[in-house]
Design a protein around this ligand. Structure first.
Ligand code: PSU
Ligand code: MN
Length: 299
């Protein structure tokens, strides 16, 4: 069963701006405690200050929430079961006590309840070595399928970014730079990879969203670089990623176990700076998403 939180339901029916949020990033799988709850607080504040309503998605006691009520948020923050879109129906039918949503799961929920803008830190994508493992995040197909504008600082830093962009092209997902011509690299502003489109303000992003909706096409990936003040050193990040990927190899990890382990290694290797950067970019994305949601509401 899907339930829309009271405030979110009122906002949707009044055609006001709403921004959906995934919950994996706010759980221990995405960020260490207490950075995870700080991230949620900063993201929801950024959405509200821009004048929109945040809709946190998660599953609690088998209920699929769009707009988790305050009294359930602590349970979501403490969750350790990650739910992709394919897991939602099972989690609901089997009354899973608590699970956090990926980008893809969150988009499925948002689309179902009529939320058109979503924010996160970084999306999943094509993993390095995918030609062997076949590991391509279901987030990419979810963006293609659901008519939601996805605001992120690109994809997770340790992915195969060129192949991720190729895959998005294959699935007809427009990748649009926010005030940039290059795909961001999560912890750094640019991967050096060119992307085909750019917008320089929220109104322009909203117009693209509406044009796609008229065409009956799916979602858009809006790639927003990390604020320059929060950017990490590219070489340091590359070294840290190397370290994380080694761990994954050594421990022979695969599937959903990969991300949490690599993120933890990057945190270790950067002395915690990666966490600060992650919070800054997520907060920034939430604010940009809220501005776009407001513009869409006005068009
Ligand atoms: N980006 C991060 N940390 C994360 C994720 C993304 O920096 O934890 C999460 C998001 O919820 C995303 C998911 O949707 O990982 C993708 O997981 P997978 O690669 O297993 O599809
Ligand atoms: Mn995967």
């Amino acid at each position: 069963m899907i339930v829309v939180g009271d405030e979110v339901r009122a906002a949707i029916s009044a055609k006001k701006a709403v921004v959906a949020l995934e919950s994996t990033i706010f759980s221990s799988l995405g960020l260490p405690t207490p950075a995870n709850s700080e991230a949620l607080a900063r993201c929801t504040k950024a959405v509200r200050e821009a004048g929109a309503v945040p809709a946190l998605t998660a599953v609690v006691d088998g209920v699929i929430w769009a707009g988790v009520p305050d009294e359930l948020v602590q349970r979501v923050l403490g969750a350790s079961v990650k739910l992709a879109a394919r897991d939602l129906g099972v989690a609901s039918a089997q009354r899973l006590p608590v699970g956090v949503t990926t980008v893809g799961a969150s988009l499925a929920i948002a689309d179902k309840v009529g939320i058109e803008v979503f924010a996160t830190g970084g999306i999943g994508g094509v993993h390095r070595g995918s030609e062997i493992t076949g590991d391509i995040s279901a987030d990419l197909d979810a963006i293609a399928r659901h008519g939601v504008t996805v605001v992120s600082a690109g994809a997770k830093a340790f992915l195969d970014l060129p192949r991720t962009l190729e895959y998005l092209e294959t699935r007809s997902v427009p990748v649009i730079g926010w005030r940039t011509d290059h795909f961001p690299a999560f912890y750094t502003q640019s991967s050096g990879l060119e992307i085909p489109h750019r917008v320089d303000d929220a109104r322009s992003a909203a117009r693209v969203h509406v044009a796609r909706r008229e065409l009956g096409q799916g979602g858009v990936l809006l790639a927003v670089p990390i604020p320059s003040i929060a950017e990490l050193d590219a070489q340091r990040v590359a070294d840290a990623i190397e370290e994380g990927l080694n761990q994954v190899d050594l421990r022979q990890l695969s599937g959903p176990q990969v991300t949490p382990v690599i993120l933890a290694e990057i945190e270790k290797a950067t002395g915690g700076d990666s966490v600060d950067a992650n919070l800054a970019l997520a907060e920034n994305n939430a604010g940009v998403a809220a501005q776009i949601a407001l513009e869409i509401a006005q068009l």
